[in-house]
Design a protein around this ligand. Structure first.
Ligand code: HXC
Length: 259
């Protein structure tokens, strides 16, 4: 498919999606959301694709937020009626296969929120994260107040939301917001390599592992542990479980069916 606001490439089993409005620092408008929803939907539906990487074009930004120019004159009722922000939860966060955000520069406001929808973030050493919405008279609207708080704890989340200050990559790694920091020049290669490693795993197991970790944010500990056990038990019925355990015992690499 052809998109206006993003680039999509398939590299073997890895889909690379690049936000491509560098002139607006990849600001997120409703057309970007429509493109991303279509691209993530196609990725989920394509059995040849097993992991995705989302990054931003240009060196400066992953995404500098929701598009302020699109929001500036929008009446309040339209924010409610269009419900733009909810589309990210279903159309992007709802992706069932694993995907990584490769954050290459500013990830601010909705850009930080989008990165936090990924299964994990790999950041370049020049990445900067922030929720500066307060300076515009608003607040995070795509999950930032909830996901940032769960990622870095109340103290840093509250400070960032109330002051709008940005957090650099090193601090973000220390605080648990990002999985790893790599030199800017290596970011994309590293993220694609990591994605290829995930894509080489038995796919249904990857999807279930993702679902399990995400459950930790939604349930009590005892309910989460019960759900984990049930999901584990479902995986024991897969062909890849039989293959994986046989391959271990026979000291050879597994050959996966993805089911
Ligand atoms: C629309 C944006 C934009 C945005 C940057 N641009 N961010 N356009 N929406 N969020 C545009 C600029 O207007 C400018 O276009 C071009 O991108 C380059 O940006 P500059 O500001 O000239 O670059 P620089 O001086 O280097 O500053 C970089 C920056 C700054 C610090 C990242 O752009 C900035 O503060 N951006 C806004 C960050 C922000 O507040 N994000 C949160 C948005 S609210 P022109 O045409 O002038 O060259 C949000 C809400 C979420 O995300 C949901 C709840 C409402």
């Amino acid at each position: 498919a052809e998109y206006e606001n993003i680039l999509v490439e398939q590299r073997d089993a890895v889909t690379l999606i690049t936000l491509n409005r560098p002139q607006a620092l990849n600001a997120l408008n409703s057309d970007v959301l429509a493109d991303l929803t279509a691209a993530f939907g196609a990725f989920d539906a394509d059995p040849s694709q097993r992991c995705a990487v989302l990054t931003g074009s240009g060196e400066k930004a992953f995404a500098a937020g929701a598009d302020i120019k699109q929001m500036a004159d929008k009446p309040a009722a339209d924010f409610f009626l269009e419900d733009f922000f909810s589309g990210w939860q279903t159309g992007v966060f709802g992706t069932r296969k694993p995907w990584i955000a490769a954050v290459n520069g500013f990830a601010l406001g909705g850009g930080c929120e989008l990165a936090m929808m990924a299964d994990f973030i790999i950041a370049s050493d020049s990445a900067k994260f922030g929720q500066p919405e307060i300076k515009l008279g608003v607040a995070p609207g795509m999950g930032g107040s909830q996901r940032l708080t769960r990622a870095v704890g109340k103290a840093k989340a509250m400070e960032m939301c109330l002051t709008g200050r940005m957090m650099g990559a090193e601090e973000a790694e220390r605080a648990g917001l990002v999985a790893r920091v790599v030199p800017a020049a290596d970011l994309l290669e590293d993220a694609l390599k990591t994605a290829a490693a995930i894509a080489a795993m038995p796919m249904m197991a990857a999807m279930v592992n993702k679902e399990m970790v995400n459950l930790a944010f939604e349930t009590t500990l005892s309910q989460g542990i019960v759900s984990e056990r049930r999901l584990f038990q479902i995986l024991t019925a897969t062909e890849d479980k039989a293959e994986g355990m046989a391959a271990f015992i026979e000291k050879r690499a597994g050959v996966w069916k993805g089911k």
